[in-house]
Design a protein around this ligand. Structure first.
Ligand SMILES: Cc1cc2nc3c(=O)[nH]c(=O)nc-3n(C[C@H](O)[C@H](O)[C@H](O)COP(=O)(O)OP(=O)(O)OC[C@H]3O[C@@H](n4cnc5c(N)ncnc54)[C@H](O)[C@@H]3O)c2cc1C
Length: 464
């Protein structure tokens, strides 16, 4: 008997029983094959539109298991996916026929409230991170929903509510423990393996399997946060007003815009506001915007940081939703661009679909582009055309809506995209453009740390 597996170059090969048994005995966690009863629960990733069937899923119990997986995949040339939180929309946390190195069981979190440092393992989700750090009134820049993995989000850069004040997630990363393609355990920080540390801060999963991250934390507990909603008929004026307002934002404030469908099925324009500082200052900053036009609802209120972190989870970030997503950066919101966005909202094919404008400003933009691999250091918007639905039989219609709208929006975008928001069909040129002047150094470091491109199920950087 042998197990058929997909190789690194996409061919198929058989692994004999003794090879497989030896591997099983070498790891502490579960090695799950398609014939095992646990496979059905271990296989799915967050995006229900991704239905991949790996040959084996290894639920790693610790660093030693991660090393065993990497040695095994490299030795037998098995296609390898690293799964942190499993939230990648193109499904990079899985593959067809290869191995999934799943860090899901690695949930250790240690908070040092005096030193304001958190050390977390590779399988931790942001909701779990926030739960532990908020016990001490501390936080670092995470995402805008709570069920993304700390690992994948951090390695791509990390955009979130605190980026104006505290920078990208990578700007708060102090060190990482990483198993590189040769199976060796290494520490990466400004003092140890500084090149590797530079590449990990934005280079996606290209440089190794990170088993633990050490973050700087900041005091934050109360915020002023929430959505203001207007009928879609006011979207033209609201979005133009929003564009002007965004240019005036202090670091403490975040203001995102969205076109979405209200719980009672009506398309609306929304501003998603957040203030991470003195609540009275936030109230006066947002007051003119909240009074603009005739809002249908204003839900902005004092809110704990933890509550804000889960504010957007429902209904758009639930595990198992089907998602197809295109995204890019733009430095300007031209009238023409906003008009196409609004037309797109008039044509929503699903009430779960949405159009988002995430404004990137403040501390994240003041870090020089060459300081970390993450290169998106301009004041700009990350804009997202998100198709979401529940019924798999409707996929073609909703994907068609995204693709059609994207052909009209893409001409307004810059050539760069946030690495963590790329679609599987974003081409190598987009990856290159998005890393800008950092791309060549990343390719050279890829050749040094992963010369055979073992870590390739990601927004891939080919070795130089
Ligand atoms: C609904 C939704 C909301 C989002 N919101 C935000 C947001 O607000 N801000 C933001 O910045 N991003 C956001 N993202 C994007 C998110 O950052 C990426 O999807 C990210 O990759 C998720 O990380 P993960 O660990 O859950 O993913 P996974 O699917 O597990 O992995 C994604 C990639 O990271 C690599 N990887 C994962 N874990 C490790 C590890 N331990 N070591 C090495 N490589 C690893 C994988 O190989 C893969 O290439 C969002 C995505 C979705 C679907």
């Amino acid at each position: 008997m042998s197990l058929q597996v997909t190789t690194l170059d996409g061919a198929s090969t058989g692994l004999g029983d003794s090879t497989l048994d030896g591997f099983r005995q070498s790891v502490r966690g579960d090695v799950i094959l398609a014939t095992d009863p646990q496979y059905g629960a271990a296989r799915p990733v967050w995006n229900g539109n991704i239905q991949k069937s790996p040959a084996m899923i290894v639920r790693c119990a610790g660093v030693s298991d991660v090393q065993r997986c990497i040695d095994f995949a490299r030795t037998h040339s098995v296609l390898l996916s690293i799964r942190g939180g499993g939230h990648s929309a193109p499904g990079y946390g899985s593959n067809d026929g290869g191995m999934v190195l799943d860090m899901g069981p690695m949930k250790g979190i240690q908070v040092d409230p005096t030193g304001r440092i958190a050390r977390v393992q590779g399988g931790v989700l942001w909701r779990e991170f926030d739960h532990e750090t908020q016990a001490f009134g501390l936080a670092t820049t995470g995402g805008t929903v709570s069920n993304t993995g700390v690992a994948g989000l951090t390695l791509g850069g990390g955009l979130g509510w605190l980026m104006g004040k505290h920078g990208a997630t990578v700007d708060n990363l102090l060190s990482a423990d990483v198993v590189t393609a040769d199976g060796q355990f290494r520490k990466a920080s400004v003092a140890e393996n500084p090149d590797l540390f530079w590449a990990l801060r934005g280079g996606g999963g290209n440089f190794g399997a990170v088993t633990s991250f050490e973050f700087n934390l900041h005091p934050i507990s109360q915020t002023l946060s929430g959505l203001v909603l207007w009928p879609l008929s006011q979207a033209r004026d609201v979005l133009r007003r929003y564009r002007d307002f965004a240019a005036t934002l202090p670091d403490e404030a975040e203001a995102y815009a969205a076109l979405l469908t209200s719980p009672d099925g009506v398309p609306m324009v929304a501003l998603i506001l957040g203030y991470n500082g003195d609540l009275a200052a936030g109230e006066s900053l947002f007051a003119p915007l909240r009074a603009f036009g005739s809002p249908a609802a204003d839900m902005v209120a004092p809110m704990s940081y933890g509550a804000r972190q889960v504010m957007l989870d429902q209904p758009g970030a639930i595990h198992g939703l089907h998602r197809y997503w295109r995204s890019a950066f733009t430095e300007q919101l031209s009238d023409g661009f906003l008009d196409v966005l609004i037309e797109g909202a008039h044509g929503f094919t699903s009430p779960l679909s949405a159009l988002f404008l995430f404004h990137v400003h403040g501390a994240i933009t003041r870090v020089p582009e060459g300081e970390t691999a993450f290169a998106a250091r301009r004041t700009q918007w990350d804009f997202d055309v998100i198709g979401q639905w529940e019924d798999a039989t409707e996929s073609a219609r909703h994907i068609g809506w995204v693709r059609e709208l994207w052909t009209r929006l893409e001409p307004h975008a810059s050539a760069t995209t946030y690495i963590n928001h790329m679609a599987a069909e974003d081409r190598a040129e987009t990856v290159r453009a998005s890393y800008g002047a950092n791309y060549q150094r990343l390719r050279e470091l890829k050749r040094r740390w992963d010369p055979t491109n073992l870590f390739r199920v990601n927004s891939n950087i080919a070795p130089a």
